[in-house]
Write a protein that binds this ligand. Structure first.
Ligand code: ATP
Ligand code: MG
Length: 232
C-alpha cells in the first residue's frame, strides 16, 4: 500500500535520514516513534517529496511515486505537517475548498462532507482559521488532508500542543476514518498513550535510522523502551 525503501536524504549537503525502509499495509495505522530531532519529520518530508532524495524510493498503492509532491497527492498521499498547517487568513470553508480543488474534487461537496465528519468545525465554518484554538486548527488540518481523498495519510505529531480532551476525540476520529474509509496511516508521535490507543505496530527511529520495529503489546510491556522514548 505504502512503502519507503532505503530512504536517504536531508537538507542541502547534510544527510539526516539514512537507509530508512518501512511499510504501511492497507488498513493499518502504524506509529513512527522517536525522541526530538531523530528525523521523523524529515522522513515524512522525504515520503511526500518535499525534500530531494539522495537515494531510495517511495511506492504509493503499488506505484512508484513521482518526484513532485502534488503528483504524489494525486496518487492518494495525504499529509498533515507538524504544526497544523492551515491558511490563517482564509475561512474554515475556504481552507477545505482550496485543498479539494487542488486535487480536482468538487469544492462545495467536499466542504459539506468534511463539516459532516467533523461537527466541531460546522459552527466555525465562516470563521478565519487563524482564530481557531490549537485543537480546532489541528482538526481543520486533518479535514484539509482528507479533502484530497487520500488512500494513505501521513500525520506528523497530530497531538502536539492539543489539550487532552481533544486528543481523545482525535484518536476516535482517526480510528473511525481508518475503518470507514479504509485509509491507512503513518503517525509520527511522541505521545505514547495516543499511539498505543490507535496503532497496532510501530517503528522506532534513532539518529536518522529505524532502530527497531515493534507491536502494541511489546511496546506496552517494554518499560525500558518507553523511558527511552519519553526521555526520562
Ligand atoms: P521533533 O520530534 O522535534 O519534531 P523530528 O524527529 O521530527 O523531531 P526532524 O525535524 O526531522 O526531527 O529533524 C531531524 C534533524 O534535521 C535535526 O537535527 C534538525 O535540526 C534537522 N532539520 C530539520 N529541519 C531542517 C531544515 N529545514 N534544514 C536543516 N536542518 C533541518
Ligand atoms: Mg518532527
Amino acid at each position: 500500500m505504502f512503502k519507503v525503501t532505503n530512504a536517504t536524504g536531508g537538507y542541502g549537503k547534510t544527510t539526516i535520514i539514512r537507509d530508512v525502509s518501512l511499510e504501511v499495509k492497507a488498513g493499518e495505522i502504524v506509529a513512527l516513534l522517536g525522541r526530538n530531532g531523530v528525523g521523523k519529520s524529515t522522513l515524512m518530508r522525504y515520503a511526500t517529496g518535499l525534500i530531494r532524495a539522495t537515494s531510495g524510493y517511495v511506492e504509493i498503492d503499488g506505484e512508484m511515486a513521482p518526484p513532485s509532491p502534488a503528483k504524489r497527492a494525486r496518487l492518494g498521499l495525504g499529509y498533515v505537517p507538524q504544526g497544523r498547517f492551515v491558511f490563517p487568513r482564509m475561512s474554515v470553508t475556504e481552507n477545505i475548498a482550496v485543498a479539494a480543488a487542488s486535487n480536482g474534487f468538487d469544492a462545495k461537496k467536499t466542504v459539506e462532507e468534511m463539516l459532516e465528519d467533523f461537527p466541531l468545525l460546522r459552527p466555525k465554518a465562516a470563521d478565519l482559521a487563524g482564530g481557531l484554538s490549537g485543537g480546532q486548527q489541528q482538526v481543520l488540518a486533518l479535514a484539509r488532508a482528507l479533502a484530497i481523498r487520500p488512500k494513505i495519510l501521513l500525520l506528523d505529531e497530530p497531538t502536539e500542543g492539543v489539550q487532552p480532551s481533544i486528543i481523545d476525540e482525535m484518536a476516535g476520529v482517526l480510528k473511525r476514518i481508518n475503518a470507514d474509509r479504509e485509509i491507512a496511516m503513518l503517525v509520527a508521535e511522541q505521545n505514547l498513550d495516543f499511539c498505543l490507543s490507535i496503532s497496532e505496530r510501530a517503528y522506532v527511529m534513532e539518529k536518522g535510522a529505524i532502530h527497531m520495529e515493534t507491536d502494541r503489546d511489546s511496546l506496552r510491556a517494554d518499560k525500558e523502551l518507553q523511558q527511552e522514548l519519553l526521555g526520562v
